[in-house]
Design a protein around this ligand. Sequence first.
Ligand SMILES: Cc1ncc(COP(=O)(O)O)c(C=O)c1O
Length: 400
Amino acid sequence: MHHFACRLRSGETGGTIRSGPASVTLPRTGDSLARVIGKSLDDLSTPAVLVDLDVLERNIARMASLARVAGVRLRPHAKTHKCPHIARLQRAAGAWGLSVAKVGEAEVFADAGFDDLFVAYPVVGEDKGRRLVALGDRVRLAVGVDSVEGAATLARPFREAGRVLEVLLKVDVGYGRVGVTPDRAVAVGRAVAELPGLRLRGVFTHAGHGYLAETKAAVDDIARQEGERLAAAASGIRAAGLPVEEVSVGSTPTAAHAMLVAGVTECRPGNYVFHDASQVALGTCRLEDCALTVLTTVVSVPSPDRAVVDAGSKTLSSDPLRPQPGGYGQVLGRASRIEKLSEEHGVVAVAAGEGFRVGERVRVLPNHACVVANLHDRLVGVSEERVEAVLDVAARGRVR
Ligand SMILES: Cc1ncc(COP(=O)(O)O)c(C=O)c1O
């Protein structure tokens, strides 16, 4: 029997995953899906989001080992899975803490027992600042900032509560989304550090432009620049007399190279737990490294060149393939892919020589796994075509 069998002890409410120094219990009961645990994928109602637990654990172990070898702390971004159970696996494999995108996500993970959280987002607003004060009582906390005005909205509730919030200044290393340009890092870093109620812990960045690079070599160049530009910004701030403890990089395509740059202390990849069609297209991983797929049923074959599956944008999202557009999901084991989506329909352009029949089940590799997880209440953990666990996407939809 497969090694995952040791995770499930009969008569218990969960199984135990041993993938590191600590053990992790997976849920078996508590919702209607639980009755299919131990059964085959044919027993599942479609569409269903499957997570291959063996691939998941391998991905988690590999990134943990890269970080160990590079000598940086791994703070995985939990926005990808939003599942406390997967975060426990990451922690068991050596993750230092978690990154999240929203205060609401931080609250869910704090409730689940995670005690070192970084909201890797420029949080703005006194309402959120007050929630952060409460959160800061429970966990070691840090939050991203990229402006003095925004940081001031957090400083005020912390000052009033007689507390201090640790912040990391976001630096834009070329993505062009949020973050101060490196030439402004010293001025903004100093002004933020002077706000009573805040303490500057460090700097962080996210090289999301790596997703648009056409070749693996170009992605790796962006990764090196990510590390070098951020480390240079940190040096500039230190030269101005301010301590910078944390220099935090991270995205899945750039992680392996960015974490090797001298001066980088922390890495925050997220997508690597699942990977997806975009990571395969970028050369970050192989097809067999993709843990998340969507099980669908063919509901219509109106013509030989068109089949329709029961997974549309509500299941797969409408995120494009990157770095080049190319439909909305690859049918596994075939050349055919989903070319059009409506909410409940995925329209497959049938490749030459391939055929689909109504009632047939096919698995689809989505373009972007993070957004797929966020669309579903639960993920179905599978191993060797058997259902082994039901994973709650507890932090899904926490947009505030
Ligand atoms: C600020 C920040 N850090 C880290 C990540 C993780 O990147 P990835 O999902 O490519 O691993 C993201 C993803 O959007 C992000 O926005």
